[in-house]
Structures are given as structure tokens and as C-alpha cells.
Design a protein around this ligand. Structure first.
Ligand code: GDP
Ligand code: CA
Length: 363
């Protein structure tokens, strides 16, 4: 059991930094309704090693379906930390937390992020002091996560260690790794108040709803960052790697910006699920990010952006079935399937289709 008291040296105690134990079968991990599990596939998927590059909401929902589709598989999630920021001095890792809360059964289903049954007492007290930012929704329960993460980091621990410790409570049923323990921050250059300004991604995305055109999106610090412990090993050991329907620029793109990760993927089977359906993101403003890097908002253009060196297979929605024989995607095997993650059962089918495609391109 985790004890969150710092030791005399200010270091976190070693006993809560151990590996989260995997939830056993047949009970399955928290947050998965038994009816959603795909029956009769246990033996085939048992022992399968899958590594997933993940952003926030789209990734978390996909992972819930994947976990249901492949009971017994060993899933490692490499989470985007380019969105991390430090309001009130607290280290917030929005994408890691969205994955952790969703797989741990604690997410707000309505929002897709943050905790269920939240209150905002602390934030309103801070506002009464005139302290901001007031545009980022930090609930009281969620704040406990950020306080503990910050405590680990302040004691000399790494983000990997903090993540592992937090996952001891949530038991996500996957190994959740930050992409890097080093600071990589997505910065967005915009024209604001008559001059060029560089905003942290969160300010552009949450405060301005990505409504100000981005002139440049970059991963500050990526050049010097190293993959977190276990990241390259998880890619190397994987039977195949999946890109869930995550933002191609600020989620998957940020992970790929960490030196060594794209190179490690080059030798693997990689299959992605399009986050773009019918020329638009299903939720959110990923189109604003794609426009900023000169990529059209379409399922085919996103695959072409990743390129055949990286991507072996690509799932598009049935609405985008023209991409199946698009000449610009030669070398990438494209399949059209229903891609709306309406519930865990539908999402498990999408995950199954991604695995089938991976097995097919490997054969
Ligand atoms: P974020 O960090 O919360 O923005 O999450 P991600 O990086 O994982 O990106 C979310 C992406 O998931 C968006 O681009 C959405 O278009 C996409 N998405 C959300 N719901 C669905 C869905 O039901 N199906 C598909 N194919 N994509 C989805
Ligand atoms: Ca995110």
C-alpha cells in the first residue's frame, strides 16, 4: 500500500514505487462492465504484448475497449506529457490522468476527463484570493492527484515514479508510462493583442478553445528529452504498436518528438485508428492543430502525414472508405470499419479490428 509521507531525506519511500499489480482474471480490471468483454478470445490474446501511444480522452476510451477485447494481453501505454503544466505550482499531467481515471473507473463520463462527482471548492477559494488561472477546471478530488504527484517530484522522484505510485490506487490494468521524465512542453505561437505570443498548449486549447489560429506548434524541450524508463523496451518487446484515435499533432506527435521513440517504432508493426471521421474530429479541435502543420483534416491526410515508414495499417470510418485505395496511402493497409466509440462493446470491436489488421500486415 502506498504511503505518501516523505522520508527524512525528502525522498518518497521505496515501497510505493513498486509495480502496480495487474488485476487478475477472470474478474478483470475496474471500470469494465463484464458484459463488455469479448468472450472466447482469452486464449488467443493471452500473453500478447501491445504498446499504445496515448493522448487523453480518445486514447483512454480506446484503451477501455482494447482492455476488454484482449483479456490477458500485456498492455503498455506511453502517455503524452506535452500537455503537462503547473497551475498553482502543482504538476498536472492531463493525459496521464485521463487514462488513469478512465481505466481505473474514476473518470467523469460526461466530460471524458477529470473525476466523477467533483466539486470546485478549492478553485473558488483560490479565485476569492484573485489567484488564477481560473480557466482550467481543477476539481477538489483531482487536486489530490496533483498534490501527490508534485510531492513525489519535490522529493526528487521522477514523473515515472509518481505515475506508478498513483496507479497503485487506480489499478488501470495496463502499465502506464509517461513518454519522458524530462520536461517536454507543447507551445503554440499565435498572434494575440497585436503581437506574436507563445502560449502553453493548455492556454491555447482550454482558455482560447484553439480559436486563435496557431502559427507554430512545437515541442519545447523535446530535443534534449530522453524516453522514460521502460518506453523503448516496451516498444521493442511489443508484438505490435497501436495509435488510438488521438490528436496526431499534440498527442501522438508530441510523443514521436521524443528522440528515439520514432526510430524504435520504425522496426515494428504499427496500426492506427483515425481520430478524424468525415473530415472533422469527432470531439475537440484537432482540426486547428492539423491546419497549423499544413495537414488537411481528413482520415487519409493524417495517415499520409504519419507516412508508410511509420504506419503499417490504418483504420478509417466507413464514411471515409475512399481512403482504402487512396494512391497517397500506397504501402499502408487501410480498412474501413465503424469507428465511433459509442460504448465499450463498440470500442472493443474497433480494438479487435486494429489487432486483426496488425496480425494481417505481419503475416
Ligand atoms: P485529448 O488529449 O483529450 O485531446 O485526447 P486525444 O489526444 O486522445 O484526442 C482525442 C481525439 O479523439 C480527437 O481528435 C477526437 O476526434 C477523437 N475521438 C473522440 N471520440 C472518438 C470516436 O468515438 N471515434 C474516433 N474515431 N475518434 C474519436
Ligand atoms: Ca491532451
Amino acid at each position: 500500500m502506498a504511503t505518501w509521507m516523505p522520508t527524512d531525506e525528502g525522498k518518497v519511500q521505496a515501497d510505493f514505487l513498486g509495480n502496480a499489480t495487474r488485476p487478475g482474471h477472470p474478474g478483470g480490471p475496474a471500470g469494465v462492465p463484464p458484459a463488455a468483454r469479448v468472450p472466447g478470445r482469452c486464449c488467443k490474446t493471452s500473453g500478447m504484448r501491445i504498446t499504445v501511444l496515448a493522448g487523453g480522452v480518445g486514447a483512454a476510451r480506446f484503451l477501455r475497449g482494447l482492455r476488454a477485447a484482449v483479456p490477458g494481453a500485456d498492455i503498455t501505454v506511453i502517455g503524452n506529457t506535452g500537455d503537462d503544466f503547473t497551475p498553482f505550482g502543482l504538476h498536472v499531467s492531463p493525459d496521464l490522468d485521463t487514462v488513469m481515471y478512465t481505466l481505473g473507473g474514476g473518470v467523469s463520463e460526461e466530460q471524458g476527463w477529470g473525476r466523477a462527482g467533483e466539486s470546485r471548492v478549492v478553485l473558488s477559494e483560490l479565485a476569492a484570493y484573485g489567484a488564477g488561472p481560473d480557466w482550467f477546471g481543477l476539481g477538489d478530488k483531482d487536486l489530490a492527484t496533483h498534490i501527490l504527484r508534485t510531492q513525489v517530484l519535490a522529493g526528487g522522484g521522477t514523473l515515472s515514479e509518481a505515475t506508478r505510485a498513483l496507479c497503485e490506487r487506480w489499478q488501470p490494468g495496463v502499465t502506464l508510462l509517461p513518454m519522458s521524465d524530462d520536461a517536454v512542453r507543447t507551445h503554440v505561437t499565435v498572434e494575440l493583442e497585436g503581437r506574436e505570443q507563445v502560449l502553453h498548449f493548455q492556454e491555447w486549447w482550454v482558455r482560447y478553445r484553439a480559436a486563435i489560429p496557431a502559427r507554430l506548434i512545437e515541442s519545447a524541450g523535446a530535443g534534449e528529452a530522453r524516453p522514460a524508463p521502460g518506453v523503448l523496451e516496451a516498444i521493442s518487446a511489443a508484438d505490435f504498436v497501436l495509435f488510438p484515435p488521438s490528436n496526431p499533432v499534440v498527442s501522438i506527435g508530441a510523443i514521436l518528438a521524443v528522440p528515439g521513440i520514432a526510430a524504435a517504432l520504425a522496426g515494428k508493426i504499427v496500426v492506427g485508428v483515425s481520430p478524424i471521421i468525415g473530415g472533422a474530429p469527432v470531439h475537440g479541435m484537432a482540426d486547428a492543430c492539423l491546419t497549423a502543420i499544413g495537414v488537411q483534416t481528413s482520415a487519409a491526410a493524417v495517415a499520409a502525414h504519419y507516412g508508410r515508414e511509420l504506419l503499417d495499417g490504418w483504420l478509417v470510418d466507413e464514411r471515409d472508405k475512399d481512403a482504402v485505395d487512396a494512391p497517397e496511402l500506397a504501402g499502408i493497409t487501410v480498412r474501413a470499419r465503424p469507428l465511433y466509440m459509442t460504448d465499450v462493446t463498440a470500442t472493443a470491436e474497433i480494438a479487435r479490428a486494429a489487432i486483426d489488421l496488425a496480425e494481417q500486415v505481419r503475416a
